[in-house]
Design a protein around this ligand. Structure first.
Ligand SMILES: NC(=O)c1ccc[n+]([C@@H]2O[C@H](COP(=O)([O-])OP(=O)(O)OC[C@H]3O[C@@H](n4cnc5c(N)ncnc54)[C@H](O)[C@@H]3O)[C@@H](O)[C@H]2O)c1
Length: 380
């Protein structure tokens, strides 16, 4: 029996593959088309942490086989499933950047075709290859919930109309062409569960921060860490800006809260989910978030922890150019996720200490690409 990990060369995929290799007995098939490396290069940036050649990094791992291939290619997916018959598919491959998907219609189309066809190919492939008992897990995103004024449920919601009530999946309120791909995938997973009887877990991942895990340290190969406008997520980009000596800019009051989770909690919960399996019932939905954090709290924590590394990061408030509620609370239920991970493993402060500790070692790589904090011209 095997575990198929897609997107295994990515930011989350690499440390998750390492922990799986350490903790489970099954063989791991790690798949990636290395597109993330090209997107970042195309935007003229680099990973702050040096990332070695993919063949090289996977060759050193016992029990892990790397397969380079494009999961939008249906024949490739069918072949993978036929040959390896995975008991679990952990699908973490995606074009995951909202700003990249919003550059123009071409990137929006690419992102939607890429992300939606991979999930469709895998869901249909499992059915067609007679692997309906396998466990299919996809990391979608908390972004598909939007920012409603009521507490966000973990999964569906109750809807009332003309005096009648029913359970409905939460509507697709993604705020970007990328986020909508995950809304679409969540809907397709629901359909695959009812049409094919597949065992599906939809893990709605929040904004992840962190650079290292015990396993990345043990093998001496850190996960990639992007800080540019297109691929640096907010916490990671703020930390890189602090290391490069930029003030941390907060729009308006900065009291709007965003859902966040550390790399450690993300990896640990995904590995636990693979090990635990699926109970054979309905789709399991996890809000993979430890807690929503206000942007101003985030900025102040970075400034405070930064002092331990002799960084003098100022927090500056600017008039908000965005039309958003600066006090949005973003309440989100996460009991199922907290059960899965066994309680929060790493606090925001610890996570930021990890990030800054790594980044100060690679300050030159950041400062030599600091113009990439802003949107720029893409080479293609
Ligand atoms: N990092 C976050 O903060 C975050 C937040 C919410 C959701 N997620 C989700 O978690 C997953 C992993 O995200 P990440 O941050 O590690 O992104 P990433 O870009 O670092 O990793 C995704 C990997 O998928 C690969 N890939 C993309 N298209 C492919 C294709 N057609 N065939 C084969 N491989 C392909 C890329 O090369 C990349 O290595 C994604 O599904 C993403 O949407 C991430």
């Amino acid at each position: 029996m095997t575990i198929l990990v897609t997107g295994a060369d990515g930011y989350l995929g690499w440390p998750t593959t390492l922990r799986l290799a350490d903790q489970v007995d099954e063989r791991i098939i790690a798949v990636d088309n290395l597109a993330r490396r090209e997107w970042v290069e195309e935007s003229g940036s680099v990973s702050a942490t040096p990332v070695e050649d993919a063949e090289e990094r996977f060759a050193e791992l016992d029990g892990v086989s790397f397969v380079e291939g494009d999961l939008t290619d249906r024949d490739f997916v069918l072949q993978l499933l036929e040959v390896y018959e995975p008991e679990t598919v952990l699908h973490a491959a995606a074009q995951p950047s909202a700003p990249y998907s919003g550059i123009n219609g071409e990137r929006a189309l690419y992102t939607q075709q890429n992300n939606i066809s991979m999930t469709l190919n895998l869901l249909h492939g499992l059915h067609e290859m007679g692997l309906s008992d396998s466990h299919f897990i996809e990391t979608t995103t908390t972004g598909i919930y939007g920012a409603p004024e009521f507490p966000i449920p973990e999964g569906g919601a109750k809807m009332e109309n003309e005096g009648e009530r029913d359970d409905v999946p939460f509507p697709a309120m993604g705020g970007s062409w990328y986020h909508q791909t995950k809304s679409f995938n969540a809907a397709n997973m629901r359909l695959a569960e009812s049409e094919f009887g597949l065992n599906i877990s939809d893990v709605r991942t929040a904004i992840v921060y962190g650079t290292e895990t015990a396993e990345t340290n043990a093998v001496g190969s850190q996960t990639r860490f992007d800080f540019d406008y297109y691929f640096g997520t907010v916490v990671n980009r703020f930390c890189a800006q602090a290391v490069a000596g930029y003030p941390i800019t907060v729009y308006g009051k900065g009291e709007q809260r965003k859902p966040m989770v550390s790399l450690e909690d993300t990896v640990e919960s995904l590995v636990n989910l693979v090990e635990q399996g699926h109970d054979g019932g309905d789709i399991a939905v996890y809000n993979q978030v430890t807690r929503p954090v206000a942007i101003v709290e985030l900025a102040e924590t970075i400034a405070e922890v930064g002092e331990e590394f002799d960084l003098n990061a100022d927090v500056e408030h600017f008039e908000n150019p965005r039309d958003e509620n600066e006090e949005h609370k973003m309440e989100m239920e996460n009991e199922a996720f907290l059960d899965l991970v066994g309680g929060q493993q790493q606090t925001l402060e610890e996570g930021i200490r990890d990030v800054l500790g790594t980044l100060v070692e690679h300050e030159d790589r950041i400062t030599s690409h600091e113009d990439r904090f802003l949107p720029g011209v893409l080479t293609d």
